[in-house]
Design a protein around this ligand. Structure first.
Ligand code: ADP
Length: 350
């Protein structure tokens, strides 16, 4: 005796997506069900390939189906389709994600590079726009320094492609070391061009590395595209948190949802395994809790992270087991989860 399809669907309807807090059936996440004797094969369509809850969903599906008396074996496989919002951020681009910080030197660019690379590594289509006009460093982090951007016949910019990420950086537009003192209209014009005249193709996530602080670029970005969300990068100490608070306030004023906080340089692990809390402790967690924001990660200080940034290969790719890489990959998945939640919440109620 096999279970009926109706019974299987009813059982699957008891399984909740742990982040989206709705059941898999009403979320349309059950792509296929095949029943063969006592074996049920289920294909679940995740809302992001970088899903942080995959293992939990798998275990819940197996448990729910095994509760049916006829079911002996459950095979769960996954596909993924990033869900956009009714209005695409840019043609073909489902989500623009901004990475900001209150001040420079907290590792914002390093985090942005690794978030982009980690999302791509999980199978998402990812672009990275380095809009940090005061210190563009993504060309170095992706070892495309000095490469000129090319345009097609219709003057559309062809992004560089490195480590699975489509990349545009302001550094590739100007001569090496040229001081960038762009302000107001020129800045707005350049950003418009980079966002709208680039052949991004189809992207699940376009990560934008913002300049530190609360300046013109952030304002322009908010005016030019619908930003799905912003991540704030900070170090644990109070002074950085004062700055991050200003960045947070600015994001709220420009109606950019803040999806979470990443604390960088959280500790340095000493040879005896203890943690040296070089930049203090707990500040970012307290800030996140007060503002009811998810703390997406605490990234330890490691020599590997610094070296990989200098070597031009994001650490999540060059040394995935490094503790900083593990924390960054987890942060990328939690961020992708937050984007899915955000996308679901912006869908019109039917
Ligand atoms: P920002 O973009 O905030 O100005 P960067 O990403 O350029 O900061 O980082 C500043 C420096 O700190 C870089 O040399 C980078 O390699 C290093 N760095 C950032 N985060 C870490 C970390 N967790 N461990 C070790 N070095 C780090």
């Amino acid at each position: 005796m096999s279970a009926t399809e109706a019974a299987v669907t009813a059982a699957l309807a008891t399984v909740q997506d742990p982040e989206l807090h709705q059941d898999l059936v009403s979320l349309g996440m059950i792509e296929e069900v095949a029943i063969d004797g006592g074996t049920v094969a289920v294909t679940v369509q995740l809302t992001t390939p970088a899903c942080p809850m995959k293992a939990e969903i798998e275990a819940d599906v197996v448990r729910a189906l095994k509760a049916l008396p006829e079911v002996e074996r459950v095979d769960v496989s996954f596909t993924a389709q990033v869900r956009g919002t009714p209005q695409e951020a840019l043609p073909g681009v489902k989500h623009v994600l901004a990475v900001g910080s209150g001040k420079g030197g907290v590792g914002k660019s390093t985090v942005a590079a690794n978030l982009a690379a980690a999302l791509a590594q999980d199978g998402a289509a990812v672009g990275l726009l380095d809009a940090d006009i005061y210190g563009p460093s993504q060309a170095k982090m992706f070892s495309v320094e000095g490469q000129r951007l090319m345009a097609d016949d219709e003057k559309r910019i062809i992004p560089l492609k490195r480590h699975g990420v489509k990349l545009i950086t302001i550094a590739n537009l100007v001569e090496d070391g040229q001081a960038l003192t762009w302000r107001g209209p020129i800045l707005h014009g350049t950003l418009t061009q980079l966002l709208q005249q680039t052949l991004w193709g189809r992207l699940d996530y376009l990560v934008v590395d913002l300049p530190p602080g609360t300046g013109d670029v952030q304002l322009s970005l908010g005016q030019l595209v619908t930003v799905s969300g912003m991540v704030l990068v900070t170090t644990p100490q109070d002074v950085a948190l004062l700055d991050v608070r200003r960045a947070y306030t600015m994001a709220r004023k420009t109606h950019i949802p803040v999806l979470g906080v990443i604390e960088n340089m959280s500790w340095y692990e000493l040879p005896d395994g203890s943690r040296d809390l070089i930049f203090g402790e707990g500040g970012a967690a307290a800030f996140a809790e007060r503002e009811q924001l998810p703390l997406l990660g605490q990234i330890p200080i490691t020599r590997g992270l610094r070296e990989s940034a200098d070597a031009g290969v994001p650490l999540v790719l060059s040394d995935p087991e490094n503790p900083s890489a593990v924390a960054l990959r987890r942060a990328a998945r939690l961020l992708a989860g937050q984007v899915s939640v955000q996308a679901l919440n912006t869908l019109p109620v039917v």
